[in-house]
Design a protein around this ligand. Sequence first.
Ligand code: PLP
Length: 402
Amino acid sequence: MLAKRMSLLADSGTAAAREAATAAVATGRQIIDLASGEVIIEPPSSVREGAIAAINAGTSRYTDSIGLMPLRKAVAEKLSAQTGLSWNADEIAITAGAKQGLLDAALAVLDPGDEAIIIRPCWPTFPYQVLLAGAKPAFVDAHSPTYVPDMDAIRAAVTPRTKVIIINSPNNPTGAVYDRTTLQAIGDLAINYKLWIVSDECYSSFVFTGTRHESIVMTHPGVRSRTILVNAFSKELVITGWRLGYLAAPSEIVSAAKKLQSHTTSNANVIAQHAILHHLQVGDGSFEREMHQRLSVARNKGLLLLSGLHDVATPGAKGSFFLYLDLSRLVSAQPATGRLRSTDDVARLLLDEAGVASVAGSTFGDVNGLRLSFGATPDLLELGLKRVVETLNSLKTRRPAA
Ligand code: PLP
C-alpha cells in the first residue's frame, strides 16, 4: 500500500497531451505538436561546447549541493545586470530546473495546514508541490482577456493561515505579463500580511510587449527579503532535458535549499553546470536575441492567423510562448447533447480531425481555455494554426453528432 501523500498527486496533464499525440503518431498519422512547452530550436553552440569540454576534461564528481561557486557567482552577476539590483552568490542556489527550486521553496516555507495562494489558470505543478508540503492551495481565478489577477480577489483569499503567494509572470499557460501596478500591489499585500512571495520567472526572456521583463523585486524592492525568485535555463537556452535552474532568495532560503537538495538529489548535473557557466562566460547574447526575434515573429503570425477565429477573441500573448484561447463562447454555443461539452473535447477533436496537439485548459484548472504553443517551427506553426482556425470555425455550421 502506498503512502497517503500519493493520492494527492495526479499525472501531468501536459504529459498526457504529449502521450495522446505520440499515440496518434504511432498509428502513422502526421501530428503537428502545438502542445509542447518547449521551443523547437537547437541550444546555443556555447552551451554544447561547454558540456563537451567538461566531459573531455573528465568532469564527473559531485559539486556542492547548491552548485559550483563560479556558477552561482555568474548567475548572481546575470541577475544583477537584469534587475539593476545587486545580488551575491550567497543568495543563489543552483537547482535541477525551476521545478526543484519551486519544490525547495514550498518545502522550506510551508507547514502542514498553511495555505498558499495560487493564481489560476496555473502551471499544474504549483498546487501539487503545495500539497506535497502538507499545505493547501487557495486558488484565485484570473480572467480573460488579460488573465492578470484582480487584487480584491487576491485579498479575499488571504486567511490567517496564508503563508505564501505564488506568482508566475510571464505566465504559463495564459501568456499574461503582470503590470507594474499589480506587482506593486502584490508586494504591498505580502508585506502587510507577512507572506512569502514565490515568483516563478521561467519565461522572463519572453516578453513581447515592448517592455523588458520586470521582476517583482524590481517593481517593489521592499519585498526582496520575502521573495523567492525562481528561474531556469530550460526555456531560455532550450535545454529542458538538461535540468538546470536556480533560485535567488534570502540566505536562510538558500541554506534550506542546500539541506533539502543534499538529502534528495544532491547537486544539479555537473556537466550542465559547466555548460551553462561556459555560456555565461562567453555568450554575447546573440542566441537569446535571435530566439526572441524568432518567437516575436511567430507570435505575430499566430495572432494574425487566430484573428480569423469566429466567436473566440484573439489572445493577448504578451509573454511566454503560448497562445491561450478562451473558448467559453464557442463551447457554450454547442448543443448540450453534442460531443463538444468542454475544452477537453475540443482538444480531442483538434487531435483527431485537424491532427494538431494542444493542451486543454482543464490541465491548468480552467474549463474554458486551450493552450497552443508558438514554439513550433514556423512552417508547422502556420499549418497547425490554419487547421485549428478551420476546425474551430467549422463547429458553428455542424450538426451535433448522432
Ligand atoms: N514553471 C513553469 C511556469 C513552467 O512552465 C515550467 C515548465 O514548463 C517550469 C516551471 C519547470 O521548469 P524546469 O523545466 O526548469 O524545471
